[in-house]
Design a protein around this ligand. Structure first.
Ligand code: 6PG
Length: 247
């Protein structure tokens, strides 16, 4: 596992600028290497930060992007709680990513999180064009946030989904963060990615980030994210990075 690279910027706007540059470069490299860029978005504040400059970046070949969701709430695509809706409003409605290259939860299954997770796993393997039965898919980039409790995706402290090793997508019906029912990528998938990028701003999680980056406190799900061969990056504002040694 590579050492995490921790980058800190004076404010969230400069985090957004740096993330735009990172994603433009990572997608260009992936497209050059294998003809497409597979990226998974988390919800929360991440889509707005990631899209702020990216949506106007004319150097990016969005036609070759395949967009997935690190986790998703079991709600309709038009629901205010939908991560798909959030990413659509912030990015997808501004850039030319073909709709059939945006892999979203099946609306017909939002009332059965177990089936929704199984269906998403099938959609993922079909879209990535690989046999992922025996090994997790290798996303080019997975974008993650963290909660104050150290959760990431919809993997929460003390919940069994954190330990899931044989499924690439699982479900939760008692999420401590509402809404209760969600589907989520699992740790094996996060650790198979070529690039995992945590984006944390605002200063309220500086203690949690310190425990994860320096202490690797395994009680915190985000501390389980350790890509076996890929890069692990933290894009932080100074308020969040105040207890860390940064690159
Ligand atoms: C979700 C998110 C979740 C989020 C963190 C951080 O669907 O709720 O994927 O994991 O990334 O809770 O959210 P904020 O960045 O808004 O604090």
């Amino acid at each position: 596992m590579q050492q995490p690279k921790v980058y800190s910027f004076p404010n969230a706007d400069q985090v957004a600028q740096a993330l735009d540059k990172f994603l433009a470069q990572a997608s260009a490299e992936a497209i050059k290497q294998h003809g497409r860029f597979s990226v998974a978005f988390s919800g929360g504040s991440l889509p707005a930060t990631a899209a702020k400059y990216l949506k106007d970046n004319k150097s990016v070949d969005f036609g070759k992007w395949f967009v997935f969701f690190s986790d998703e709430r079991c709600v309709e695509h038009t629901d205010a709680e939908s991560n798909y809706k959030l990413v659509k409003d912030e990015l997808l409605s501004h850039v030319p990513i073909p709709d059939n290259q945006v892999i979203r939860i099946s609306e017909s299954l939002v009332n059965d999180s177990k089936l929704a997770a199984e269906d998403y796993d099938l959609q993922m393997s079909k879209a990535l064009g690989c046999d992922i039965v025996n090994q997790p898919p290798a996303f080019d980039c997975i974008l993650l946030g963290i909660g104050p409790d150290g959760h990431t995706c919809s993997l929460f402290p003390g919940h069994p989904q954190v330990e899931e090793k044989s499924k690439w997508v699982t479900f939760i019906d008692d999420s401590p963060k509402p809404p209760a029912s969600r589907i989520t990528l699992t740790i094996p998938v996060l650790n198979q990615a070529k690039n995992v990028v945590f984006v944390v701003t605002g200063g309220s999680k500086s203690d949690t980030v310190k425990l994860i980056v320096d202490g690797r406190d395994q009680a915190l799900p985000a501390a389980h994210v350790a890509p076996s061969e890929g890069g692990l990056y933290w894009f932080l504002d100074d308020a969040t990075a105040k207890y860390l040694t940064v690159n």
